[in-house]
Structures are given as structure tokens and as C-alpha cells.
Design a protein around this ligand. Structure first.
Ligand SMILES: Cc1cc2nc3c(=O)[nH]c(=O)nc-3n(C[C@H](O)[C@H](O)[C@H](O)COP(=O)(O)OP(=O)(O)OC[C@H]3O[C@@H](n4cnc5c(N)ncnc54)[C@H](O)[C@@H]3O)c2cc1C
Length: 435
């Protein structure tokens, strides 16, 4: 490749960015993929790390490893801080340098979303969300720590707060997390403690919406709620969290005392719209055209969760399939442009359906006319998730773990791991010399 070979910069190695990079495998171009983490994360299984079924290494793969055979692609660990779209430069911060300029001929922004506390950022301190591997490990620590603290606590009155787990948000993440937490409590932990009865723990799932899994049909939403209740989850709908603090949550004027509140509600897009200074939707997602480019800039593409595109009068959902299909489309479009071929037809999302799992042996599946709940949907859920894991080694490892957990109830990774650096050892207390 020479210095004149076109340079394509992809920001984000999630579902969208990775699919775009792979689609550019045979392109006569220098491709650079930048991500602030060194791994591609399979977010749909994050809740299984948070509830100790899987370990972090089972749902993430180094991006470098995934793209090792792509000679035209360089992977850079760094955080993009801005874009100069007139000079065609991306500004990158990395471990020891700030605002390193990287020029591009084509730019693909696939930077996803982060948690949104709907303007109540003070909740973040008490209610961690679930978006990254670090989040999942932090939530896992918090859940396991609560049981340890309760076991060590002599005063039974204090067990109530420690053994009440509140999830705010009854979308797929909240429902899946609540189901998995109920199974952890009622199956895995039940015989391991002596002072406390883990089965007395409460799992409360809150949402201001009138039903769980609002994006699914009413029938499937009802089936998921019934299943959660069967698992012992208290589902409280119609009121959101008015306040979250160190003592728990206030809902419709009533306090729920809890030491573990987990935020599974809203998300907000990456600042791609601000970097580009272009039109966004109300949520802040960049409005893209039918070919996924930004108006007036045919060389800039925005894809996945951080992009906003309507299809048949409705906004495309923030799901992995949209990001993957947009990534592939963008790669194809750029490849064709580089060869001087006509552009492909406008992007069209093919909806393969949605699924959510509720504890063991039960999932809901909605795909066009097919609406399914129960064991068959659960098998389909397991098959699809295995298929989409980043690497073959992960598929084998996750399958083995699932089978083991299915038959024994034992979890893969029930460790409380404090990732803060070890505290320096304190000097021994000096004894007063004998008189
Ligand atoms: C807990 C959870 C469960 C989910 N479950 C499902 C599910 O069951 N089914 C489904 O279809 N979808 C699910 N989703 C949604 C799905 O994961 C997203 O729709 C999908 O990841 C979007 O892909 P993306 O490429 O747009 O963003 P992401 O996959 O989030 O990737 C964004 C990437 O950009 C990187 N990045 C961000 N900002 C910067 C920056 N400034 N500089 C450098 N790098 C940056 C990030 O590190 C990340 O690697 C779930 C999401 C979550 C959080």
C-alpha cells in the first residue's frame, strides 16, 4: 500500500464497526479501526457476567485477534475526542498522548451509546448501569458482596436492605437480569449460607411503563411478566424511580430500602453528533441519509446505535442486527466507490426478530408473524446467541459452561474481584515498651 492508498478510519469495534471492518477486508485501502477498549464485547450476554454465569473473558475477544488476518487493517487502542470534518481529521487520545491527528478519506462512526439517567445523573453513584465489562464486574461484586455482608451481619433487621435487589427499567436488560438474579438466589446460593436464607432475598423490577418488554407484543410481554413472578420477582409497573440514594429507591412516594440498585433503563448516544456538528434526533442520535452518510458529507458514515434512520415511518431500533447490517452495507458501499462502481441500493434493515430470556428454560421470541414463548424460544435464544459470539473458542467455552450450569446450578465466575490497585501494606502497630 502506498501513501496515496485511500485511508478509511472506523471508530468503534462494537457490532457495527467490526462488521464494517470485515466488509472492507478485500478493499484496496488502509483501514484503521480505533476503539477505547481492546475488545469486541458481546453486550447481550453482559447480564450473565453480572449474575456470575459467565466470566468476562467468555463474552469478549480482543479486536486485534478478530482482525488478525486482515492485512489492510490496523487496530488502534485510543479514545476519539473529536472530528474536524472540513480537514478530514479525527482527534485521538491514547495512553500517553492527547489529540493525535489521524487523517481519513472515509470515516465510519460506530460509537454506540452509554447509560442515561434521564437528567438525574446523581443516581449514577448508587445505581450502576450495565454497558461494559467493567460495569458487569462491578454489578457482580455488588450483588455477591451484599450476600456476604448479610451473612456476616448479626442484626437480622439489617438483612432486609442487604437482601433487596432493585432493577430500574423493565426492558430486555432489566427482565433478563431480574430472571437470572432470581435463579442465582433460588438455585445456586440457597444451600451455601448459614445465618441467612438467600431465598428470603427480594428482587424488584420497576418501570414507569405499564408493561415489561414494551417493544414486544402484549401477549409476550404478559408471558414474560408471569414467568418473572413465578421466579419470585416482584414486578412493579406504572411508576419510575423518583429518587435513588444510598438507602434505596423512592417510587411513588414510598421508599424501598435496598443496598443494591441496578440501572437497566435508558441509554444516550455517543457524542458523534457534537463532534460533527450535524442534525440529530431528540435523543441526540445523528440523522443519517438512506446510504448512512451525513448530509453534505458523502465520506462520513454514522452507523449502529449512535445513528438515527427511519424505515417505513418508524425509527430503527438500537439492536445488534441493525448495527451489523449497517456495518456490512457501509463496507460494501465504500468498496464499490473505491472501484468506481455504482452505489448499492439505499440501506434497508431486514428484521430477523427479537428475543429475551427469562430465567431457565424460558424465553420470548417475536419474529414477524411468529410469537413464541417458553422452552422452544429459549432453545432458539441459546442457539442464536452462541452463533453470534465473536470467536469459535468462546462458543465452545460458553456452551460447556451453560450445560454445566444447567445441570448443576453452579455458576462459572462467582468471584468478588476488586479491580482497584492493592492498598499499600500498613506498618504494624508499634507496641508500647514495657514499663
Ligand atoms: C446489556 C445489554 C444487552 C443487550 N442485549 C441485546 C440483545 O439481546 N439483542 C440485541 O440485538 N441487542 C442487544 N443490545 C443492544 C446491542 O448491544 C447494541 O444495539 C449494539 O451493540 C450496537 O452496536 P454499535 O456498534 O452501534 O455499538 P457498540 O456495540 O456499543 O460499540 C460501540 C464501540 O465504540 C467504542 N467507542 C465508543 N466511544 C468511543 C470513542 N470516543 N473512541 C473510541 N471508541 C469508542 C466502544 O468502546 C464500543 O466498542 C444490548 C445492549 C446492552 C447494553
Amino acid at each position: 500500500m502506498s501513501e496515496t492508498t485511500p485511508r478509511i478510519v472506523i471508530v468503534g469495534g462494537g457490532f457495527g464497526g467490526l462488521a464494517a471492518a470485515k466488509a472492507l477486508k478485500s478493499a484496496q485501502a488502509r483501514v484503521t479501526l480505533i476503539d477505547r477498549t481492546n475488545h469486541h464485547l458481546f453486550q447481550p450476554l453482559l447480564y450473565q457476567v453480572a449474575t456470575s454465569v459467565l466470566s468476562p473473558g467468555q463474552i469478549a475477544t480482543p479486536i486485534r485477534e478478530l482482525l488478525r488476518k486482515q492485512q489492510n487493517t490496523t487496530v488502534v487502542l485510543g479514545e476519539v475526542a473529536g472530528v474536524d470534518k472540513d480537514k478530514r481529521i479525527v482527534w485521538v487520545n491514547n495512553a500517553d498522548r492527547r489529540c493525535v491527528p489521524l487523517t481519513y478519506d472515509f470515516l465510519i462512526l460506530a460509537t454506540g451509546v452509554t447509560h442515561s439517567y434521564f437528567g438525574r445523573n446523581e443516581f449514577a453513584e448508587f445505581a450502576p448501569g450495565l454497558k461494559s465489562l467493567a460495569d458487569a464486574v462491578a454489578v457482580r461484586n455488588k450483588i455477591l458482596q451484599a450476600f456476604e455482608q448479610a451473612e456476616a451481619e448479626e442484626d437480622p433487621a439489617r438483612h432486609r436492605d442487604l437482601l433487596t435487589f432493585v432493577l430500574v427499567g423493565a426492558g430486555p436488560t432489566g427482565v433478563e437480569m431480574a430472571g437470572a438474579l432470581a435463579v442465582l438466589i433460588r438455585r445456586t446460593l440457597k444451600s451455601e449460607f448459614r445465618r441467612i436464607n438467600p431465598e428470603s432475598a427480594r428482587v424488584i423490577l420497576l418501570d414507569m411503563a405499564p408493561r415489561v418488554l414494551g417493544s414486544f407484543s402484549e401477549g409476550l410481554s404478559w408471558a414474560a411478566k408471569k414467568r418473572l413472578e413465578k421466579l419470585g420477582v416482584e414486578v412493579r409497573l406504572g411508576h419510575g424511580a423518583d429518587k435513588v440514594d444510598a438507602d434505596g429507591v423512592i417510587v411513588a412516594g414510598n421508599r424501598i430500602f435496598s443496598k443494591t440498585v441496578i440501572w437497566t433503563a435508558g441509554v444516550t448516544p455517543s457524542p458523534a453528533g457534537k463532534w460533527l456538528n450535524v442534525g440529530t434526533d431528540r435523543a441526540g442520535r445523528v440523522r443519517v441519509q438512506q446510504d448512512l452518510t451525513v448530509p453534505g458529507h458523502p465520506e462520513i458514515f454514522v452507523i449502529g446505535d449512535t445513528a438515527s434512520l427511519d424505515q417505513d415511518g418508524e425509527a430503527l431500533p438500537g439492536v445488534a442486527q441493525v448495527a451489523i447490517q449497517q456495518g456490512r452495507y457501509t463496507g460494501k458501499l465504500i468498496r464499490r466507490r473505491l472501484c468506481g462502481k455504482p452505489a448499492p441500493r439505499p440501506f434497508r434493515y431486514f428484521d430477523k426478530g427479537s428475543m429475551a430470556v427469562v430465567g431457565k428454560n424460558f424465553a420470548v421470541l417475536q419474529s414477524r408473524q411468529v410469537h413464541l414463548s417458553g422452552y422452544l424460544a429459549w432453545l432458539a435464544w441459546a442457539g442464536v446467541h452462541l452463533e453470534f459470539l465473536g470467536a469459535a473458542s468462546l462458543r465452545v467455552s460458553v456452551l460447556v459452561q451453560w450445560v454445566w450450569t444447567y445441570f448443576t446450578g453452579q455458576r462459572g465466575s462467582r468471584l468478588i474481584v476488586n479491580h482497584r490497585g492493592a492498598e499499600p501494606a500498613k506498618p504494624p502497630i508499634e507496641q508500647a515498651p514495657a514499663a
